[in-house]
Design a protein around this ligand. Structure first.
Ligand code: GLU
Length: 489
């Protein structure tokens, strides 16, 4: 019988959800949905010093915004409540005790000074482990009576007694067999002197308790995994299938840290992408490809299609390069896939926030003209503001090159022609303009560029004949008047 997949996303609420975190959540979600398994959200909030109050709300909001629904976790509950590690201290303490009782862990009373001296030792043996633990102050080096006394009077931590001379190996679904020599591992602190667990203990206890079958997380956690395997071994538990995702690299190489991302103007939090106008489906599709592809040239996948196509064995090991251009390309692709009506509905609140009023029909018409030219919905009110209000400035180069002494008169005459027979289709507008220049025996360029300048202030843009239909005769005449007044004065 196949085992039901149970995966978890286990963020620490130390700040706004990072895009790397969202990629981890996505891969976990994809595996869960593909297999009919369960996607768990667990908040790893044991580190009080790094706790950020708004972080948890932001994690939940961000997951909701992109549509990654959770099956168990904060807000939805589930059989393993509570899903906050800060509320599970008793469990971790009991398990730490169990390891001490079984001889797999021990109490340590070393002062910060003693630990610093160990780290600064000149002989290279600076780890707290098999070779050095006998020289430190702990329940292995002290007698039973001394230990009891120290426990009563001194602060202490619980450390894992990493076995000597063993190879600690595990299978990584992405990297194959990974192995470490146990002798290089520190005797990891499991319980801190405040009685709270470290990440390592809490993570292992919870993954086991919550029946997690696959641990899918970023490569930065790979060095922790041998410690976790040592812990699973000490408990006598079978570890979950591990899978460590490749690093996300900055466009110029190197890890995409918050610092170098800031320097390059790359946002790192999901919230920033949301506020910048990215569509959730574009962001997810982009993130899915930071480390995975389906083996073909295909790049566009909806979330449902990703669920079908995803597999861990097509996740790479080499770092995945972040590219803002690629992300914008995705956004553009998803915007183009919207119908004009859908685009108009997305744009409507932005249009109204700018104080413009426009009918649904006109907004859809405008969306039809601009949908292949915009990267963000808000481009509709920024780059294409002139659809809602006359331009306030006119492209200087264009004016210099195209606005001649006779332009004003020609445009006025065109305005009259248009008012007499307002075109209702782009084709009719085309015929009107062509008829006008033929009759006056002037080149097409004499009217097209100045007309575009008058309507938009710009030299390029959507089809001019469509624009004439959109604005209609009265507005076109009004804008011609304004342009003449402003350009010629
Ligand atoms: N709490 C860790 C984090 O913030 C979880 C790492 C893991 O998935 O084990 O990413």
């Amino acid at each position: 019988m196949a085992i039901l997949v149970r995966v978890r996303f286990a963020p620490s609420p130390t700040g706004l959800l990072h895009i790397g975190g969202l990629r981890t959540a996505l891969y976990n979600y994809l595996l869960a949905r593909q297999t009919g398994g369960t996607f768990v959200l667990r908040i790893e909030d044991t580190d009080q010093t790094r706790y950020v109050a708004e972080a948890e709300g932001d994690i939940l909001d961000s997951l909701r915004w992109v549509g990654l629904s959770i099956d168990e976790g904060p807000g939805v509950g589930g059989p393993h409540e509570p899903y906050y590690q800060s509320q599970r201290s008793d469990l971790y303490q009991a398990y730490a005790q169990q390891l001490v009782d079984a001889g797999h862990a021990y109490y340590a009373f070393d002062t910060p000074d003693a630990l610093r001296a160990l780290r600064e030792r000149g002989d290279g043996n600076t780890a707290y482990h098999t070779a050095t633990r006998g020289q430190m102050r702990n329940s292995l080096s002290l007698s039973e009576a001394e230990t009891a006394d120290a426990l009563a009077r001194e602060p202490y931590v619980v450390r894992l007694k990493v076995p000597t001379g063993e190879t600690i190996a595990f299978d990584d679904a992405i990297r194959g067999t990974v192995s470490f020599q146990s002798d290089v591992l520190d005797d990891q602190v499991l319980l801190k002197s405040d009685g709270l667990p470290t990440y390592h203990l809490a993570n292992v206890v919870d993954d086991h308790h919550m029946g997690i079958t696959h641990v899918i997380r970023g490569e930065e956690w790979l060095p922790s995994t041998p410690k976790h395997i040592a812990l699973y071994n000490a408990f006598g538990w079978t570890p979950p299938q591990m899978a460590h995702l490749p690093l996300i690299l900055s466009p110029t190489g190197g890890k995409l840290s918050k610092r170098n991302a800031d320097k390059m103007g790359i946002p790192v939090s999901v919230r920033q992408y949301r506020e910048a106008g990215y569509l959730p489906e574009a962001l997810l599709n982009f993130l899915a490809f930071l480390g995975w592809n389906d083996g073909t040239e295909r790049e566009l996948f909806t979330l449902d299609e990703l669920v079908q196509a995803f597999s861990l064995d097509r996740v790479g090991t080499t770092g995945a390069q972040f590219s803002m251009d690629k992300l914008q390309w995705y956004n553009q692709q998803y915007l183009m896939a919207h119908t004009p009506a859908e685009l108009a509905a997305l744009a409507r609140p932005l249009v109204e926030a700018e104080g413009f009023s426009i009918t649904d029909e006109a907004l859809e018409h405008m969306a039809t003209m601009t949908r292949e030219r915009i990267v963000f919905v808000h481009d509709i009110v920024t780059s294409y503001r002139y659809f809602f209000a006359p331009p306030t400035a006119y492209n200087a180069k264009g004016v210099k090159k195209r606005w001649k002494a006779d332009t004003g008169a020609l445009l006025n005459a065109f305005g009259e022609t248009m008012t007499a027979a307002p075109p209702e289709t782009a084709e009719a507008a085309h015929d009107l303009v062509h008829g006008f220049v033929a009759e006056r025996e002037v080149g097409l360029g004499k009217i097209m560029a100045p007309l575009r300048l008058a309507l938009s202030g710009e030299m390029g843009g959507p089809d001019l004949f469509e624009m004439l239909v959109f604005f209609g005769a009265a507005e076109t005449v009004h804008r011609i008047d304004l342009a003449i007044e402003r350009i010629e004065s």
